[in-house]
Design a protein around this ligand. Structure first.
Ligand SMILES: Cc1cc2nc3c(=O)[nH]c(=O)nc-3n(C[C@H](O)[C@H](O)[C@H](O)COP(=O)(O)OP(=O)(O)OC[C@H]3O[C@@H](n4cnc5c(N)ncnc54)[C@H](O)[C@@H]3O)c2cc1C
Length: 928
């Protein structure tokens, strides 16, 4: 049944059950309830287990299910079971309408203030519950590209031959499929959503259900075609090793009852009973691992795991017969390792933790998919509107299974154009040495920057032209708005996380060292335009980019450099041709008239008008005149070229004071007085590169821009049949990079008080390195002038503008209480896919685990969760984490380790040793 519902199309309820025939809560397809069979309490704990898994999240529960087939397994999970919120978790759209983010089931991590984001603190929700983040995630099921996984393999194979047989696309593809049971979309859903898929790229018979929602929105059907118009092709077989393109993604949905399929429901609740093999203990935070006092040839042997319910509870231990598997996720696993004495020397010393094994890579190489978005008013009914209606349909399982699924992965050419991407590639390549010495957070060990370089080389050389660098997703789940988000997929920035005390319940310091990124936002706006009338006005960040100072379209430059006039402002070629009449008309339909000239014609039509007059008079670039059908009198390639502009962007705050705009809106007598009406914005500043970037930053930036000269001059000036244009570009470039760089201002700041309720500070680029052109395309002088300023075609303009925005925010802070909350661009930045804090990399490159996931220096401790991924991939991380856990289960069972039956004392942390020694000394003193 296909129902047309204004401009939204959705598919109704299940066959045989007409829309609206059931009362709320009645007649729903029964949902699988969470079972509590394997979940135990402390009283039922055994003394020892073959495997103890720290963390019952996505990977932890996959491993629990696989290893407990033939071993005894204990899972210690810090969070609650989740039974109390089963319905919120199981309902797919619960992720949007009744999310457990921000509740007690969320760790509610925050980063330290991020200097490149106006010192904003970014929230990092992460699941603290059985199922971990798979119980709260947005359920997108998207795999990485083949090239990315092969690059993982190569990174670790350089040190460890086993890696070639354990990791890489072939192995991970098989492991990801093993975890899945794919069901095709309903025919009507597929038709409305224009969904394409290739069932052979999916698994069948695995524990995790993969499918599509029970209804579909019409606008989703326009997604791939709209993307196509902006150069992003449809991807007919997502998940088969290629990610570039637009598609409607499958999700981890169970279509038999329209519920979330996540690691608990998929891998644990569906198991046949294993009461003696599998124990899962919620509310048990692993505080540290205890090791035998002598390391074996293979390294330290963990024989006990310590845990507690909370910071005030008694700590308990459980013995390990074979191995400890850390599956606490990218934050939990490195924290457990550090509290157990494995980590960077300086971190452990500062925190007062006794070091057992110096492992500088623990917590390092932190990367994240930072996301920001553009929000439009919606001209169609969104899923968010339907949900807010509380209608019967809004409460049906089919409607509640609808989650956002329109997605695209775009490459550098989409983001920057072919020429821009090539320039950018050279830029990042040439910045390698500088970046690797400044970007990885300070470490006493050189392996961290070696690892940074190894990953950098993969990103700039192997992957740059092969894979996607940004993800776009369309969100329809808010009432009244449509949002498209862009998320960086391969950040060049890297941060770290660390602990700063001996308290395992204390905070983890998360410092991802974020950058912001302009190029993605630009692409989103193009896509918004392509989606057409469904989208209304852009609401956020809003249209606060303006232009008002364009110049140099008839440049006074040497003719060989694309000049149009000489130093006496005479049009080149016009001392040959003599103008004797000027033609004019009132409008396009009036009779054209002429007037005779006795001496000279002076063109003062401005940067748009003058070149247009020249071109219509036959003076201009040959190709322009030919295309427009204008008879050429003098070939003058420089007319309309070298177009530059003072591009402007701004930050808007709520105003805590009355603004001129408020007074004007009051229509009071004062508001209409000539004195008040004479008030115009007048607070202004010109700032130099040192203000924008700091002295060191300016000097590095200058070198980068200088070294980009040849490439920029061959790619940035718009195509011209005449070499004089790029000669002129170079000449101007040299002035900007050599003569003026240290001398003059490169940005202007202006404060605007003329809007009601807000204060805006704008930054305007003063010396853009981008150049465009304008031209006419017909013989009609009343026809349009084509203006193509090629904004941001040079990377330097993007960076300068970004620094300008940062400077504005500092200025806003200095202006104090007059300014309220920032409204635009605003804090719409999120994070949910962090990785690589226990990286599978060579030890000499800051790795924490080898290709069998064994922690370097430990004989029987592995990390098996998303924290081991060598670098972040352009995908969602659940699918590769399922694959990783499946593969880890195989590896672990290939070579089972057995802890020797030793009575030797465990290593104790320094604090305990100190208090023991103090106790002994006191006893000795008392008794002597
Ligand atoms: C809000 C959000 C949305 C997301 N959306 C998507 C999406 O749409 N698609 C997608 O593919 N991916 C998504 N992800 C990412 C994906 O869910 C994660 O990458 C994946 O769950 C990571 O699996 P993991 O096993 O490494 O960690 P987790 O699943 O986070 O599991 C770690 C577990 O360890 C526990 N733990 C931590 N420390 C300790 C300790 N000391 N002792 C005991 N237990 C501990 C935690 O409580 C948690 O249960 C999203 C993530 C979030 C947070």
């Amino acid at each position: 049944m296909l129902l047309v519902y204004t401009s939204l199309v959705y598919i109704g309820c299940a066959a045989g059950r007409p829309q609206g025939s059931h009362a709320p809560g009645d007649g729903h397809i029964p949902r699988e309830t969470l079972r509590t069979r394997e979940v135990i309490d402390e009283n039922n704990l055994e003394n020892a287990y073959d495997y103890v898994i720290a963390g019952g999240g996505l990977a932890g529960l996959v491993l629990a299910a696989r290893l407990s087939e033939s071993n005894t397994v204990l899972v210690l999970e810090a969070g609650l079971s989740g039974d109390d919120v089963a319905d919120r978790i199981n309902t797919p759209s619960g992720a949007y309408y009744s999310s457990i983010v921000g509740t007690d089931y969320d760790w509610k991590y925050v980063t330290v203030p991020q200097p490149n984001l106006n010192n904003r603190v970014i929230s990092w929700p992460r699941g603290k519950i059985l199922g971990g983040s798979s119980a709260m995630n947005a359920m997108y099921l998207v795999r990485p590209a083949e090239e990315e996984l092969n690059a993982w393999q190569q990174l670790i194979t350089s040190d460890d031959a086993d890696a070639a047989t354990n990791w890489g696309w072939a192995q991970m593809y098989a492991a990801m499929k093993k975890s899945e049971n794919f069901t095709e979309p309903r025919a009507d859903v597929a038709q409305v959503g224009n969904i394409q898929w290739d069932a052979s790229t999916h698994g069948s018979g695995g524990p995790m259900s993969v499918s599509y929602p029970g209804i579909m929105m019409a606008i989703v059907g326009n997604w791939t075609s709209s993307l196509n118009t902006i150069g992003v092709p449809p991807l007919p077989n997502p998940n088969g090793g290629k990610t570039f393109g637009g598609f409607v993604t499958p999700s981890s949905i169970n279509p038999t009852n329209w519920t979330r399929s996540y690691s608990r429901s998929a891998y644990i609740d569906s198991l046949p009973p294993r009461p003696s093999n599998l124990h899962i203990l919620p509310q048990a935070t692993v505080t540290r691992l205890l090791f035998l006092s002598d390391a074996s040839a293979d390294g330290w042997i963990a024989n006990q795991v310590e845990f507690a319910q909370d910071s005030s509870s008694t700590r308990r231990t459980v013995k390990v017969r074979r191995e400890v598997i850390l599956a606490g996720g990218p934050i939990g696993s490195p924290a457990i390792l550090m509290h157990s004495g494995f980590g960077p020397r300086d971190t452990l010393e500062n925190a007062g933790i006794q070091m057992i094994e110096e492992l500088p890579g623990v917590g390092q190489h932190l990367q994240d998919h930072l996301a920001a978005g553009v929000v439009w008013q919606s001209n169609i009914e969104t899923a968010g509107d339907i949900h807010a209606s509380h209608s019967d349909f809004a409460q049906s399982p089919e409607f509640l299974s609808f989650i956002n699924d329109a997605i695209a992965y775009v490459n550098m050419t989409n983001l920057m154009g072919a020429d821009g991407a090539s320039t950018f590639k050279q830029q990042v390549q040439s910045a390698r040495e500088n970046s690797s010495s400044t970007i990885p957070p300070p470490s006493s060990d050189s392996s961290i920057s070696e690892g940074y370089k190894a990953i950098y080389d993969v990103l700039t050389n192997t992957l740059f032209d092969q894979v996607s660098y940004a993800e776009l997703v369309m969100a329809l789940t808010s009432p009244g708005t449509v949002t498209i988000q862009v998320a960086l997929q391969h950040p060049f920035s890297q941060g770290r996380l660390y602990v700063n005390s001996t308290d395992p319940f204390g905070p983890v310091v998360i410092d991802p060292q974020y950058y912001s990124h302009f190029a993605g936002i630009k692409l989103i706006r193009q896509l918004g335009a392509a989606l057409g009338p469904a989208l209304g006005q852009e609401m956020s960040p809003g249209p606060n980019i303006t232009s008002d100072q364009d110049i140099e379209t008839c440049g006074m430059l040497p003719r060989a450099q694309g000049g149009a006039v000489d130093s006496k402002l005479r049009v080149y070629g016009a001392d040959g041709w003599i103008a004797n009449q000027v033609e004019f008309a009132q409008d396009s339909s009036s009779t054209r008239r002429t007037v005779k000239v006795r001496r000279e014609v002076i063109l003062a039509g401005g940067p748009m008008g003058s070149p247009a007059i020249l071109m219509h008079s036959g003076f201009g670039p040959r190709d322009v005149l030919e295309n427009a059908g204008i008879q050429m009198i003098e070939e003058l390639p420089g007319v309309g070229q070298h177009l530059q502009d003072h591009l402007t962007a701004g930050v808007v705050w709520q105003s805590n004071n009355e603004t001129a705009g408020d007074i004007h809106a009051s229509h009071s007598d004062f508001a209409q007085s000539p004195e008040f009406l004479s008030f115009i914005n007048d607070a202004i500043a010109y700032v130099n590169m040192t203000n924008l970037m700091g002295a060191d930053g300016a000097s590095t930036f200058k070198q980068q821009v200088q070294s980009a000269r040849e490439n920029s001059s061959s790619t940035i000036p718009p195509p011209s049949s005449d070499s004089s244009i790029s000669e002129g570009y170079k000449a101007i470039y040299d002035v900007l990079t050599n003569t003026l760089f240290d001398q003059v201002s490169y940005a202007e700041l202006v404060m605007a008080l003329t809007s009601p309720g807000t204060v805006t500070i704008q930054v305007a680029l003063q010396h853009p390195f981008s150049q465009g052109r304008l031209y006419v395309n017909s013989t009609d002088p009343f026809g349009p002038v084509v203006i193509d300023p090629q904004y941001y075609s040079h990377f330097a303009d993007i960076i300068t503008m970004r620094q300008g925005i940062k400077l504005i925010r500092q200025l806003g802070a200095a202006l104090g209480p007059a300014l309220g909350q920032e409204m635009s661009p605003g804090p719409n930045i999120t994070s949910d896919q962090d990785i690589e804090t226990c990286g599978m990399l060579p030890r000499a490159q800051g790795g924490a685990v080898d290709s069998k996931l064994r922690v370097y220096g430990a004989a029987n401790v592995r990390v098996a969760d998303s924290s081991v991924f060598p670098f972040i991939v352009a995908a969602h991380l659940a699918s590769p984490t399922y694959g990783l856990a499946e593969q880890a289960a195989v590896l672990i069972q290939q070579e089972p380790f057995t802890v020797p039956n030793s009575a030797r004392t465990n290593i104790r942390p320094l604090t305990e040793v100190v208090s023991l020694v103090v106790g002994l000394l006191t006893a000795v003193l008392v008794f002597t």
